[in-house]
Design a protein around this ligand. Structure first.
Ligand code: GTQ
Length: 345
């Protein structure tokens, strides 16, 4: 590949004249934006231990009342992007949110899409467009773009969940904003919803759901049972994994980020090919080793890590006799829409 001319090769007066007219020569920067073979990646393999962050989150609960926080969250920030950017990867935001008994995080809606993966505690709920979704460990609750949501807590112990948002990419699009609202009347309970059994959807004679986001809560008990049943019925399957999808059409449940749950069978070691998407792994149950990009992370229950794209990943169940369950987030839906998604074998 040719050595390209440098900025310093150009006369100072010429550079000044370009700057003055808001012009930039491409060739000194061409390889920076189009590096050969593989992108320049800022995202660093990073791990956040739950036991490490939990005391700091609880302290935030003492230091900052919910009224002063609106959302009491410690952001899992990737140092490769600069902590102040509040990014786990180029497109993914991660935060651990704490709600104490009796607290209420007021209703708002925003353009970025969010999901919550419940980490600890019982008795809290998120109301999404009037649907009151109870939160239990491992449940996934969607708060898609533009939908009103608020969080409340009627239980006795702290509740913590992992927020995953496409905030970085929506912010980069200069399309991120919030609208504040007032408490929503509850119009539905997000339990035993219309889509609780796979293979059947509500199909009244004259109308079908035209909802873009028909299913808002994916209870962990159902997801776990499905994974266990796949593992039992298909011992030869390459990976015991299920995707969180829109039950009306089978598409990804959100349009920018994709979500799945993976079961590592006892003793299983899973080799994943390099893919163009960065990936987030959150340990729902059990423990796993995550090896990629020269990093080796030991995940305990409730730990979270992020691995950059274009890297093969090895996941190992740390137990020889218990399954391990991981929640996975990536930006494959976005990359597929953009036509830049790749798997490198
Ligand atoms: O719970 O609505 O972590 O609006 C960041 C922004 C959570 C939320 C976050 C939010 C929320």
């Amino acid at each position: 590949m040719n050595e390209l001319g440098r900025l310093e090769d150009l006369p100072a007066d010429y550079r000044a004249a370009l700057t003055e007219k808001n012009l930039v020569p491409l060739w000194p920067s061409l390889r920076a934006v189009l590096p050969p073979g593989k992108p320049a990646i800022r995202t660093q393999a990073t791990c956040w231990s739950y036991q490490g962050l939990r005391p700091l989150l609880m302290r935030a609960g003492e230091l900052t009342p919910i009224e002063k926080a609106e959302r009491r969250v410690l952001v899992l920030a990737n140092p490769g992007h600069g902590l102040e950017k509040m990014q786990a990867s180029s497109t993914i935001y991660l935060g651990m949110q704490l709600l104490q008994p009796g607290e209420w995080a007021p209703s708002h809606r925003h353009t970025p899409n969010a999901v919550r993966m419940i980490v600890e505690g019982e008795g809290a709920y998120t109301t999404v467009e009037g649907e009151k979704c109870p939160m239990s460990r491992g449940d996934l609750i969607l708060t898609p773009t533009g939908m009103w949501h608020e969080h409340g807590h009627d239980g006795n112990d702290p509740v913590v969940w992992l927020d995953v948002l496409d905030l970085p990419i929506v912010y980069y699009c200069e399309a991120s904003y919030v609208t504040e609202g007032k408490a929503q009347p509850v119009t539905a309970e997000g339990v035993d919803g219309d889509y609780q059994r796979g293979g059947v959807v509500p199909a009244p004679m004259f109308t079908r759901s035209g909802k873009t986001f028909p299913m808002l809560r994916y209870p962990w008990a159902d997801v776990r049972r499905t994974l266990e049943s796949i593992a039992a019925r298909q011992p030869a399957i390459g990976a015991v994994q299920v995707a969180y999808v829109n039950p009306e059409n089978g598409h990804d449940c959100q349009r920018i980020l994709g979500y799945s749950a993976l079961m590592l069978r006892p003793g299983e070691c899973l080799q994943m090919p390099a893919r163009s998407t960065a990936m987030v792994f959150h340990q729902i149950e059990g423990g796993a080793e995550v090896s990629a990009a020269g990093a080796d992370f030991t995940l305990d229950t409730a730990d979270t890590c992020c691995i950059p794209g274009y890297t093969p990943i090895t996941l190992t169940n740390r137990s020889a006799d218990q399954p391990a369950f991981l929640f996975i987030a990536d930006d494959a839906p976005l990359q597929k829409k953009l036509g830049v998604y790749e798997v490198r074998n």
